[in-house]
Write a protein that binds this ligand. Structure first.
Ligand code: HEM
Length: 403
């Protein structure tokens, strides 16, 4: 049996993103909108989207961790992957990949590769003009180079990967049915092409086995009664996509915030520890905004009755700025102490598999970048946000580097 039979593209035709934050301004600063809801209640019902928006920390955690009541199934454009299946299939699919994302394994096998890639990118970008687009020069290429290496897929397809990832993470131009249909068509095409690529990679290994994460998927599929080839293709596609635009926005959010807060020098001297600052970026400007779920039964959350089949969104970016949990949540304060952890990587069974990889990439990148430049300023008058129901951060980030 495969869960890919249960389609429900992108969770149906209604947008996941509330119209209040679907425009440029709302995407750039969704926090007042979340705060406004929170003043009244931890959640609100939006009749336009027939969706509950959950903004209080405890209710968000409940919505994303209670997977028997609130499922991630049928909420994604990639059906049948670990992110879009429930148990027991989810654990089996996660098991096919998880050894490759363990911090120890990553450190030993990938840290040197990440260092080499960062050096190459820095050598290239810093040799030229001191005005660069940080997103184009560093934040986009680095994650894609690393995830392609980890998945052992051809590096010459890098540009195509990048295009697919961006297409799959983008929101429709507006909330009209036409814009939805156009985007769904584009996303369907990108998914199809991505899966063709992985099928070709599987064929290659079936003809001539090699030891890697794709081979691990092939072996597990052969041994499994639960998952089939469609799950394997979806899983591999998800791995390629999930680590891409997310990490791009993480790096870009950090460069933007460090300049805005004027702490680049403090990071260089060690006055502010880099790891504290990066952790705070993930809370303050969480790259992934929502946790999308569908109720599997009639239930209740924060005292509100939720019917089976109801769509809900636990807004991670709202939880991470809940004043009940974080003092002065709208202040960027590296090294703050928490009673409850921020949840930029989610929580529960779908907790981000790639969190150790994203953290390692950011750490290696900033250790080197801070070492090689005197500083930087963001030169854009206004930040141009990535418009997406998932992702938060700049689409471009022009900076002037002082070196
Ligand atoms: C800063 C960068 C990243 C952020 C903020 C992030 C955030 C998240 C979040 C919030 C979830 C859970 C979604 C939910 O519960 O609905 C998730 C899941 C996931 N992420 Fe990430 N992610 C990042 C980087 C990566 C990287 C580098 C990879 C590598 C492939 C990755 C792979 C995954 C996978 C496979 C899942 C699904 C896990 C499961 O369902 O068991 N992510 N991520």
């Amino acid at each position: 049996m495969s869960e890919t039979d249960e389609r429900g593209e992108a969770g149906g035709e209604k947008p996941w993103i509330p119209h209040e934050i679907a425009d440029r301004e709302g995407q750039l600063n969704p926090y007042p909108f979340f705060a406004e809801i929170r003043e009244e209640a931890p959640l609100r019902y939006d009749p336009q989207r027939d969706t509950y928006d959950i903004v209080g920390y405890d209710a968000v955690v409940e919505s994303i961790t209670q997977h028997e009541r609130f499922t991630r199934r049928n909420t994604s454009y990639i059906n049948g992957s670990l992110l879009s299946t429930g148990e027991p299939i989810h654990s089996e699919l996660r098991g096919m990949a998880q050894d490759y994302f363990q911090p120890g394994f990553l450190k030993e096998r990938y840290r040197p590769k990440i260092e080499a890639r960062v050096d190459e990118l820095l050598d290239g970008a810093l040799a030229g003009d001191d005005h660069i687009d940080f997103v184009e020069e560093f934040a986009k290429p680095l994650p894609i180079l690393i995830i392609a290496e980890l998945l052992n897929v051809p590096a010459e397809r890098m540009d195509t990967f990048r295009k697919w990832s961006a297409t799959l993470a983008t929101a429709p131009e507006d909330n009209s049915p036409e814009a939805f249909a156009a985007l769904e068509k584009k996303q369907g095409k990108a998914m199809g092409e991505l899966q063709e690529l992985f099928q070709a990679e599987i064929d290659r290994r079936e003809a001539s086995p090699m030891e890697d994460i794709i081979m691990n998927h092939i072996r597990s599929e052969r041994e499994s009664d639960l998952v089939d080839r469609s799950n394997v293709l979806a899983n591999l596609s998800m791995l390629l996509i999930a680590g891409n635009v997310t990490t791009t926005q993480y790096l870009a959010n950090a460069v933007w915030t460090f300049d805005e807060e004027d702490i680049v020098e403090d990071l260089q001297t060690g006055e502010i520890p880099l790891m504290d600052a990066l952790e705070e970026v993930l809370r303050y400007r969480s790259p992934v905004m929502p946790g999308k779920r569908i109720a599997t039964q009639n239930t209740e959350i924060a005292g509100v009755r939720i019917e089976e089949g109801q769509r809900i969104v636990g807004w991670l970016s709202a939880a991470n700025r809940d004043p009940e949990v974080f003092d002065d949540p709208d202040e960027f304060r590296p090294g703050r102490t928490y009673e409850r952890e921020p949840i930029p990587f989610g929580k529960g069974i779908h907790y981000c598999l790639g969190a150790p990889l994203a953290n390692m990439e950011a750490r290696v990148f900033f250790e080197k970048f801070l070492d090689r430049v005197d500083g930087w300023e963001v030169t854009a008058d206004e930040i141009d946000p990535f418009v997406s129901s998932e992702i938060y951060g700049p689409r471009q980030l022009p900076i002037r580097v002082r070196s």
